[in-house]
Design a protein around this ligand. Structure first.
Ligand code: SAH
Length: 381
């Protein structure tokens, strides 16, 4: 690895909990955490780290406001407070995205547009969200505004595109409510087609402003390749991709499987998943918009077959309803992808008590400098 870089905003921002450790020590820290929580189930493989653990985030968000001297600032909310820490560049974030945010801040001033004041609930720009396709190079800018009226909209967009011709789409999202959520309900496409495309494991995926997409593209490939290696799917297998988001894992699995069913709660993500299947001309995959646990209960009751279950739940993990149905469905293998080893250990324990055994545990560092660690766990009967 090249030289270790150090952040000057470490204490103020609070986003990087273990940045004070060298990268090597960070990997040791994460390894220990996984061994502590899951070492009793099986030997834990060495964590796969990044060669260059900086600027890996393909999704960057900045809040806009004013400092004490009334100057416009943009940055991140200090952990557990509502104060904005001004940030111009971050060691985790995509550098181009950071540059665009600084440009937007400067443009606000010259266009006499106001940042949003979330105490008075007045003003214009609340947040900027940028998503960048790591391999496609496409860039989406989402301007989250407190009101729909956008003074000098055309000239503002032209000025932004003039300075950053790499931007491929601009979306205005309106969020006028008192909320800590960044995005509101309504979006208006101002330039381009409102989405970006990205290539992953040989497939193309559409990413919309709201749908979940993994934030570290390099490690996502590592993670998904591990999941496929563990799953060893064959062409007679029916595969369930539970908590499938925009269908990435299921689409990658489809080339090995007889049939894949993706299950996801978020309506927007399911729409994206269906579009992604079409975009890649995949015919042996279907997506169901439902609670994963509920859906598993239904198919278990109907006695439908499932040979491999791949599950990638959010931080809270899965639930008993889901896990009980896994037992009932009786798949040959379960591949559990987890972003939280605590809930993963809890769920794995449930499966262990019901005839499954852990065969492999592979941690992957998806989020360098933060305390988070991702794992792929293989279980079989
Ligand atoms: N496998 C995808 C997404 C993983 S993130 C990927 O790698 O890109 C977890 C996903 O679970 C999110 O898309 C979230 O919307 C979905 N989710 C959360 N609770 C759910 C539930 N009860 N049932 C189905 N999906 C759920």
């Amino acid at each position: 690895m090249e030289k270790e870089l150090k952040c000057k905003l470490l204490k103020k921002c609070g986003g990087c909990q273990i940045h004070n450790l060298t990268y090597e020590k960070q990997l040791e820290f994460k390894m220990k955490k996984v061994v502590r929580l899951m070492g009793r189930f099986h030997h834990v493989e060495d964590i796969i780290g990044m060669e260059n653990p900086y600027h890996y985030r393909n999704k960057v968000q900045a809040a806009f406001g004013r400092d004490r001297n009334n100057r416009i600032i943009s940055g991140v909310y200090q952990s557990s407070t509502h104060k904005i820490v001004p940030v111009d560049s971050c060691l985790l974030e995509d550098e181009k995205a950071d540059e665009i945010i600084v440009t937007i801040r400067k443009l606000l001033k010259s266009f006499k547009l106001k940042p949003f004041d979330d105490v008075k609930m007045t003003g214009f720009l609340r947040h900027v969200l940028i998503k960048r396709g790591f391999s496609s190079g496409e860039v989406m800018v989402v301007l989250v505004t407190g009101e729909e009226a956008f003074k000098s909209k055309r000239s503002f967009i032209n000025a932004l595109l003039g300075r950053h011709p790499e931007i491929t789409t601009i979306v205005q999202n309106i969020n006028s409510r008192r909320t800590s959520l960044v995005l509101g309900e309504k979006s208006i496409v101002l330039y381009g087609d409102g989405v970006i495309r990205e290539q992953l494991c040989g497939y193309t995926f559409t990413i919309s402003p709201k749908a979940f997409y993994q934030i570290n593209p390099i490690q996502t490939e590592v993670l998904y390749n591990k999941a496929m290696e563990f799953a060893q799917i064959d062409n007679s297998d029916i595969v369930i991709d539970a908590y499938c988001g925009t269908g990435t894992i299921g689409i990658i699995a489809s080339k090995y499987a007889k049939r894949v069913i993706g299950v996801e709660l978020n309506k927007d993500a399911v729409n994206d998943a269906r579009k992604n299947a079409k975009l890649n001309d995949i015919k042996n995959i279907d997506f169901v918009c439902a609670d994963a646990g509920r859906y598993m209960v239904d198919i278990a009751e109907q006695g439908l077959p499932a040979d491999v279950v791949i599950m990638d739940p959010p931080r809270a993990g899965s639930d008993v309803k889901f896990l009980k149905s896994v037992i009932k469905l009786n798949p040959r293998k379960v591949v559990y992808i987890s972003c939280n080893p605590e809930t993963c250990a809890r769920d794995v324990l449930f499966l262990l008590k019901n005839k499954y055994k852990v065969r492999k545990i592979q941690p992957v560092d998806m989020f360098p400098h933060t305390e988070h660690v991702e794992c792929v766990v293989l279980l079989s009967k």
